[in-house]
Design a protein around this ligand. Structure first.
Ligand SMILES: [Zn+2]
Length: 307
């Protein structure tokens, strides 16, 4: 039997302990190396792109650079999500390590206790990290000739709490008693490849996403849900009826997609049970939009973190 990914050394590449052992200078060097990786770790101007820059460290010791061409000053986080940061750079590395190593999501209340910051600070920080991960998925396509991909959908959000007294309770299966906020997360998982999630009103609404993001020639595996029938014209499809079996000969299963939702469901139940629609502190609009946005970034987060 193959070893579970989380038991392998590949899952331990970002230990919290090594970040804690770093000095402030080392944390700064890590940021510089990552920020300007496309220039061999050498700073260049985020305003005009000029590569001739001078170190212009502040009397407090804070690292700054000055551009020769446009004379503007910049820091290691200028022009990034972490611009105008208030916490020490090491705290951001700690946050990234904690966030990435929690495979079933991380409660931001717990993060605020870990870092010794306010809840609002850790909440906004987590959203920034999620935004960064979501932006990496833009324009990503899955599969290709001879490749295999699994698709599946699962419903999240829009929970309606039952009333206290039994005589006041309503049948929550009826559309009129639902909140209208329930969304379906559809995931495309390539076997031994990338994961690409999206958030939609229904599985049918996700068909276009699937058609455009899975390359032609990919063999697609899906469950018995009727929405996927439309895809037979475009891809070689294998279907599995989960009421009959979870796996059939010839590698016919959607277990990778199912395991994605298993993790996501645990994140929803374990950490994300309290939502803050419209109060996320990062420009979300009305409640429904915020919920959709929340799901999108949660899905992206899990898609990136994978196992
Ligand atoms: Zn410049």
């Amino acid at each position: 039997m193959t070893q579970h990914f989380l038991l392998t050394s590949a899952a331990r590449t970002l230990p919290l302990a090594s970040v804690m052992r770093m000095s402030d200078e080392e944390a700064e060097r890590v940021f510089v190396r990552l920020r300007w990786a496309d220039n061999d770790g050498n700073a260049y101007c985020p305003h005009c792109g000029c590569t001739i820059v001078y170190s212009c460290r502040r009397p407090s010791g804070a690292p700054r650079w000055r551009c020769k061409a446009c004379r503007k000053d910049f820091s290691v986080t200028s022009g990034t999500l972490f611009a105008f940061h208030k916490l020490p750079l090491r705290s951001y590395l700690l946050a990234i390590a904690i966030f990435c190593n929690e495979v079933k999501g991380k409660s931001m209340l717990a993060m605020s206790r870990d870092l010794g910051v306010q809840y609002k600070t850790s909440f906004v920080l987590a959203h920034k990290m999620r935004e960064a991960m979501a932006s990496e998925l833009r324009g990503v396509n899955i599969g290709g000739e001879g490749r295999k991909a699994e698709i599946d959908g699962a419903y999240f959000g829009g929970y309606v709490k039952p009333a206290n007294r039994i005589e006041n309770r309503r049948d929550r299966r009826l559309r009129m008693n639902q909140s209208g906020k329930r969304k379906v997360v559809v995931v495309i998982r390539e076997r031994d490849g990338k994961t690409l999630p999206g958030v939609f009103a229904s599985e049918v609404a996700a068909l276009n996403f699937i058609r455009t993001r899975i390359a032609r020639g990919t063999t697609v595996y899906a469950d018995e849900a009727g929405a996927w029938n439309e895809l037979h014209g475009r891809f070689t499809m294998h279907r599995i009826n989960h009421q009959e079996a979870y796996s059939l000969e010839g590698d016919i299963y959607t277990n990778n997609a199912e395991s994605f939702f298993s993790r996501m469901r645990r994140a929803e139940i374990g950490h994300q049970y309290e939502r803050h629609p419209g109060r996320s502190g990062c420009g979300a609009g009305d409640a429904q939009q915020a919920e959709c946005r929340f799901l999108r970034i949660l899905a992206a987060e899990l898609g990136r973190v994978g196992s």
